[in-house]
Ligand binder design. Structure first.
Ligand code: BES
Ligand code: MN
Ligand code: MN
Length: 451
C-alpha cells in the first residue's frame, strides 16, 4: 500500500523537492539570509500540508529552526526527526556541470546543492509522514526539528534544545543525514566523528616586503607556517600533538574484525578519486581510519600573492584553517586547548602566532541493541531483503551527542546517501532510487518501532 502511494505520488514528491532545491539556503553566506528563511518557510508549509497539527518557525539568534508535530496518542512512542535545510556554499561554481540551484535529473540522479545533504534526505521523512497520515497508518507520535545552521556548526541549536526540553520530549531521535555502503549493501551508521575547527595566523614583518631586498634575512611567515603544519604529523601518519591520542578509545579485536567485514573495494575507491595510492595512519584499514581514528587536516591556506602573474613579495602574514576529526572519548574542548597550546609552543621566535577556535562537536556512537535500532534493522530487512551492516562514518553531526547529553536520547542514523554523492563538492547528487526506497524504509521503521 505504501509502495503504491509512493509510486502514484512520486512525480509530485520530486517536483516539491526540486522547489526546495531551487532555494539557495547557504547558511554560511549572509547574502543568502533571505533564502535561508525562505527554505524554512517552505518546510513549515510542507509539514502543514503533510498533516502536522502544530508547526512553528522558531527564531534564533541565527537562522530559524522549524518545529512541527503530530501527537496521535500520548501513550504511544514519540519519534523526533532531525534534519537540516541549510546547505554548503556551491563554489567553485565553474566546476558544476549544471547550475547548483537549478536541479536536474541525469542518469536517475538529482543534481543540485543539498540534493543529498540534507534536503533530499530530510524531505523523505516529510513524505513518509504524509504517506502514513493519508493511509491512516501513523502508529507513533512524530516531532520534526529541521534546522538551518548545521553546515555552520549549529551554534544556536544547543540553546534551543536546552530551552525546549519538554517540547522536544521523545523516545528516540531519527536522522537521515549519513550514507549507505551501497544500494546493494544497506547499512546503518552507528558512529560519527567529532570536530575541532581552528584558524591560525602567522605574522612576520609589519608589512609586505620586497623579497629581494629582505629575502633571506627576515622570516617568511608562509615558510614558517608550512614548517609548523608539516610538523603536525609524524612519519607514521599520526598527529604529533602531545596528548592527542590520550583519550582515544581503541577498538577491541572483535570490534575491528566486525567493522572490517563491511565490503570495501580499494581499487574502486582509488579510481573514483583518481588517486594512485591511499595515505593514512599506519596500522589501520581505510574503514578504520575514517570511522574510528582521529585526524588533522588543513582545510585552507592563504597568504602572499596569489593573483595573476608573479609578484616578488615577502608577505607579512600567512593563515590556515585546520580541522581535527575526533573519536570517542576525545573531547572537542580538550583537543582545541591541546592544539592551541601546542601550536603556540612550536612558534619560532621570529614570527607571532595567533590561534582561534571555530566550532566544534563531540563524537558519537549509537547503540545497536535498542528497540529503535532493531526496528531500523527490521525495516531494511523488510524493504531491502537484507540485514543492514552497522558502519562508522567519518563525518560529524554534533547534535547527536547533544541530544544524548541534554535529552538523554539515543539516535538512529538511517541515512540513504552514498559516499560518491559528492556532498560539499561540485555536482552533488542524490539517487531517485535512494529517495524513494528511503521513504519506504522510513515508513517500515515506524511500523516496526510501534510494535
Ligand atoms: N551530513 C553531514 C555529515 C555526514 C556526512 C555524516 C556523511 C556522515 C556521512 C553534515 O551535514 C556535515 O557536513 N557536517 C559537518 C560538521 C559541521 C559541524 C559543519 C562535517 O562533517 O564536516
Ligand atoms: Mn548533513
Ligand atoms: Mn554537510
Amino acid at each position: 500500500m505504501v509502495n503504491q502511494y509512493i509510486k502514484s505520488n512520486q512525480d509530485r514528491f520530486l517536483s516539491e523537492l526540486f522547489e526546495l532545491l531551487k532555494i539557495p539556503s547557504v547558511s554560511a553566506d549572509s547574502k543568502h539570509k533571505p533564502d535561508v528563511r525562505k527554505a524554512a518557510e517552505f518546510v513549515v508549509q510542507k509539514l502543514k500540508d503533510a498533516g502536522a497539527d502544530k508547526v512553528e518557525l522558531c527564531e534564533t539568534k541565527g537562522h530559524p529552526i522549524v518545529f512541527g508535530e503530530k501527537i496521535i496518542d500520548p501513550t504511544k512512542p514519540t519519534v523526533l526527526v532531525y534534519g537540516h535545510y541549510d546547505v554548503q556554499p556551491a563554489d567553485p561554481l565553474n566546476l558544476w556541470n549544471s547550475p547548483a540551484f537549478e536541479p536536474i535529473i541525469k542518469d536517475g540522479k538529482i543534481y543540485a546543492r543539498g540534493a543529498c545533504d540534507d534536503k533530499g534526505q530530510f524531505y523523505m521523512h516529510i513524505k513518509a509522514f504524509e504517506a502514513m497520515v493519508n493511509l491512516q497508518q501513523l502508529s507513533c507520535n512524530i516531532k520534526f526539528m529541521i534546522e538551518g545552521e548545521e553546515e555552520v556548526g549549529s551554534d544556536n541549536l544547543g540553546t534551543f534544545v536546552k530551552e525546549n526540553k519538554s517540547k522536544l520530549k521523545a523516545d528516540v531521535i531519527l536522522i537521515s543525514d549519513t550514507s549507505l555502503i551501497s544500494l546493494d549493501t544497506p547499512s546503518i551508521t552507528v558512529g560519527l566523528r567529532g570536530l575541532s575547527y581552528m584558524e591560525v595566523e602567522v605574522t612576520g614583518p609589519n608589512r609586505d616586503l620586497h623579497s629581494g631586498v629582505y629575502g633571506g634575512a627576515v622570516a617568511n611567515p608562509i615558510n614558517a607556517l608550512s614548517q609548523m603544519i608539516a610538523s603536525l604529523h609524524d612519519t607514521n601518519g599520526k598527529v604529533a600533538i602531545p596528548g592527542f591520542y590520550d583519550k582515544v578509545a581503541e577498538l577491541t579485536k572483535a570490534e575491528r574484525t566486525q567493522l572490517n567485514k563491511a565490503p570495501f573495494d580499494l581499487a574502486g575507491y582509488k579510481s573514483e578519486l583518481d588517486i594512485k595510492d591511499i595515505k593514512g595512519e599506519e596500522g589501520y584499514t581505510t574503514l578504520e581510519r575514517t570511522g574510528t581514528r582521529p585526524t588533522l587536516d588543513v582545510n585552507g591556506i592563504w597568504g602572499g600573492y596569489t593573483g595573476e602573474g608573479a609578484k616578488t613579495v615577502l608577505p607579512s602574514k600567512a593563515s590556515a584553517k585546520i580541522s581535527m576529526r575526533l573519536v570517542p572519548n576525545q573531547s572537542s574542548a580538550e583537543i582545541t586547548e591541546l592544539f592551541t597550546k601546542h601550536f603556540q609552543s612550536i612558534a619560532p621566535s621570529y614570527v607571532k602566532v595567533k590561534v582561534t577556535a571555530h566550532h566544534g562537536g563531540e563524537p558519537a556512537v549509537t547503540p545497536t541493541d535498542s528497540k529503535a535500532f532493531k526496528a531500523a534493522a527490521s525495516a531494511f530487512e523488510e524493504v531491502w531483503g537484507k540485514t543492514p551492516i552497522p558502519t562508522r562514518d567519518g563525518g560529524s553531526i554534533p547534535i547527536v551527542s547533544l541530544f544524548k547529553k541534554e535529552l538523554g536520547l539515543d539516535t538512529v542514523l538511517m541515512g540513504f546517501g552514498l559516499d560518491s554523492d559528492a556532498i560539499h563538492s561540485p555536482n552533488e547528487h542524490y539517487g531517485i532510487k535512494n529517495f524513494l526506497i528511503g521513504i519506504e524504509t522510513i515508513v517500515a521503521f515506524y511500523k516496526h518501532y510501534s510494535k
